[in-house]
Write a protein that binds this ligand. Structure first.
Ligand code: C2E
Ligand code: CA
Ligand code: CA
Ligand code: CA
Length: 282
């Protein structure tokens, strides 16, 4: 046992030791991942929903992938926290932004319909002073209008320091970039902040979508979020949509957009382009 400063003891079990050894090993491997070209992006299509029309592809969410020669595919749920704790998320996050915006440009050049590109931001990137300038620089270097980029921020990242969040959101908004709150409903955002935050969209967390067809409470929550968002002039996108039943509920209750395995898993860039072309061909 190790004394914790106050009068509590923290016990390090062998399981905890194994976990921190793995984190350390991942951190070292992650340091070289960028230069060794082990990182890539997959893209999951996002669809707009009309009350009765067809779902239409309107954008993509870029999702980071890491393939290590010995470790294989490491899940972002495991390596993103390691990247955040070590500061590696800054160079990695910048690479993600550049790669996603470049890919959007390549799709434009290849004649795909004008999609939006959603990029996940870590709280560490969000707090970094240079973010609005970096975003502006990347967009102008690659030649993509700011309105095509959407940055996804979790509630936690925004609520960490709401005053800073409001300033950064204003700066991004002034540059024309769209912001959305990711995993909405899982954090602890004070609803009063929603009207101060310069966000355009709430992404309803997949944990509320999962049991939508048999859980009355989840249905009530999702319905309430959609209504509240509409009253505040915000769009809603439900993530993790896997069944027709979930889709029907979301459509009926006025959710504007969806993404999920029902439509497509996240795809490598080439496969994404084929998917879009197959769906939009006359
Ligand atoms: P997220 O931003 O909430 O992304 C949605 C996750 O749900 C993705 O997992 C996606 O593959 C998965 N998903 C999509 N549709 C479905 C579905 O229908 N059912 C189920 N069960 N899952 C679905 P993924 O790609 O493993 O990413 C996990 C998390 O890692 C992301 O959650 C995000 O928080 C983080 N992440 C991924 N890429 C980046 C990145 O470039 N930067 C940062 N900062 N975080 C990232
Ligand atoms: Ca996201
Ligand atoms: Ca999410
Ligand atoms: Ca999530």
């Amino acid at each position: 046992a190790k004394k914790d400063g106050r009068n509590a003891y923290r016990f390090f079990t062998s399981e905890m030791q194994a976990q921190s050894a793995r984190a350390l090993m991942l951190e070292n491997a992650l340091r070289r991942a960028l230069e060794r070209r082990q990182l890539s992006l997959h893209y999951q299509p996002q669809f707009s929903l009309d009350p009765d029309g067809e779902a239409r592809i309107v954008g993509a969410e870029a999702l980071l992938r890491w393939q290590h020669p010995e470790l294989g595919w490491v899940s972002p749920a495991e390596f993103i926290p390691v990247a955040e704790a070590s500061g590696l998320i800054l160079p990695i996050g910048e690479w993600v932004l550049r790669e996603a915006v470049s890919q959007l440009r390549r799709w434009d050049d290849a004649g795909l319909p004008g999609l939006s590109m959603a990029v996940n931001l870590s709280a560490v990137q969000f707090r970094h002073a240079d973010l609005p300038q970096l975003v502006e620089r990347v967009l102008s270097e690659i030649g993509v209008p700011a309105e095509r980029l959407e940055l996804e921020l979790t509630e936690g990242a925004a609520m960490d320091d709401p005053a800073v969040a409001i300033t950064v959101m204003n700066e991004l908004h002034a540059r024309g970039v769209l912001l959305s709150i990711d995993d909405f409903g899982t954090g602890y955002s004070s609803l009063s902040y929603l009207k101060k935050f310069r966000v355009g969209k709430l992404k309803i967390d997949q944990s509320f979508v999962r049991d939508l067809t048999d859980d009355a409470e989840d249905r009530a929550i999702v319905d309430a979020v959609i209504r509240m968002a509409a009253a505040l002039g915000l769009q809603t996108l439900a993530e993790g949509v896997e069944t027709e039943g979930q889709l029907a509920f979301l459509r009926r209750h006025g959710c504007q957009a969806v993404q999920g395995y029902l439509f497509s898993r996240p795809l490598p860039a080439e496969a994404f382009a084929e998917f879009v072309l197959a769906r939009t061909a006359p």
